[in-house]
Each structure stands twice: as structure tokens, then as C-alpha cells.
Write a protein of this length. Structure first.
Ligand SMILES: [Zn+2]
Length: 200
């Protein structure tokens, strides 16, 4: 199977091969446990995968660590919230993951001047004012539906939270962090290195 990310080596969309026979836990109603081996030649470590009987991944063990580029200048609250969103996703706490990912999105957009109180309004402003590059617009429109925060607990769009929606919002947050922080950090480092090589 292909996993989003290997929890050991961090390679994304990694191919794995089943190492041991799948075991059906009939008590859990169609849950399959796979013991998979990461096919990154430098890793080759084992991953325990809990999947539905139609092959949808529910959880993996150990949990995937959602780490950002340690060299990039990313504000610590964004780093912390992103990591926690990833941990919640790995633990199967999809509502909690969505809430943390929304915090990340809101912090990122606020940093870019989209200071609207509601995340959904901040996303709209980011699209309208081209804070988000065009390639992100279709995804941003999809994410809007998870971005509403109502006063009443039932208005917060969390009722339908599932692995797919939590994963989608987390990946969107990752893209924004990459665009707003990781790329500028890499560009600044390149410039610095160029200047250093000119003066020596
Ligand atoms: Zn691996």
C-alpha cells in the first residue's frame, strides 16, 4: 500500500509491502491490521497499519511526526499547533486535529494581514487580495467548508470531521507554511550564501 508518510524516515507517499499476513479482528467489525515494511531502501522499518475492510487507512503506529523544516523561520506557536494537529490526526482524534489545523491557518493568514475574526472570512480575503497564489484558490474554496466557527457547538462543522477532512486541512496548512515561511527562509539563506561567497 501507499502511506501518506513513513513515521520512521518521514518519506511522503511512501510505498510499503505487507510483511505479515493481515489479521481480521472480527470483534471490531471489519478492521484489518497490516504489518507493512517501508520500501525506502534506507529505512525498511515496520509500520503497523489499521485499515477498514475496504483498505482505507484509519491509523498507523507509530504516529507520523508532522515536523516542519527546522531551519525555516516559522513562529513557534505555528510550529507547535501544526505538530499537535498532526499528532491528533495520527491518534484518530479528527475533530481535535481540525481545530488545531484551523488555528494554524488563522495564525498564518493573520501574519499575512488577513486579520478577519472568522477563518472563513480570512480565507476569502486571502483569495481576493491574492495573498494566496492562484494555485491554492480551488483548494482554499474546499477548505472554506471546514473553516466556519459558530457560537454554538453544533455550528462548528466538526460533526462531519473524519480522517479525510482532517488530513486535507492539515495538508493545506502545510502548504501555507511552506509558501509563507519555508520558501522565504530558503531564499534568504541562498542569498546570504551568495553574498558570503562574493566577499571571500
Ligand atoms: Zn521509512
Amino acid at each position: 500500500m501507499i502511506l501518506d508518510q513513513c513515521p520512521h524516515c518521514g518519506v511522503r507517499s511512501v510505498q510499503t509491502t505487507a510483511r505479515f499476513v493481515e489479521v481480521l479482528c472480527s470483534r471490531d467489525g471489519g478492521i484489518l491490521w497490516h504489518l507493512e515494511r517501508c520500501q525506502n531502501p534506507e529505512c525498511q522499518r515496520l509500520i503497523l497499519v489499521e485499515a477498514s475492510n475496504i483498505g482505507q487507512v484509519r491509523q498507523i503506529f507509530p504516529f507520523t511526526q508532522y515536523q516542519l523544516d527546522p531551519k525555516a523561520t516559522v513562529p513557534q506557536p505555528i510550529r507547535d499547533d501544526f505538530r499537535e494537529a498532526g499528532l491528533c490526526l495520527g491518534a484518530g482524534c479528527f475533530k481535535a486535529s481540525l481545530v488545531m489545523s484551523r488555528r494554524v491557518l488563522q495564525r498564518c493568514l493573520t501574519d499575512q494581514g488577513c486579520t478577519q475574526h472568522k477563518l472563513v472570512d480570512a480565507i476569502d480575503a486571502a483569495v481576493k487580495d491574492s495573498v494566496l497564489c492562484k494555485a491554492f484558490h480551488p483548494l482554499a474554496n474546499e477548505i472554506r467548508q471546514y473553516g466556519n466557527l459558530g457560537a454554538h457547538p453544533d455550528d462548528d462543522q466538526l460533526v462531519n470531521a473524519n480522517r479525510e477532512s482532517a488530513h486535507q486541512v492539515l495538508e493545506f496548512a502545510r502548504l501555507l507554511i511552506h509558501e509563507f515561511y519555508e520558501i522565504p527562509s530558503s531564499a534568504a539563506l541562498l542569498k546570504q550564501n551568495r553574498q558570503a561567497s562574493k566577499t571571500t
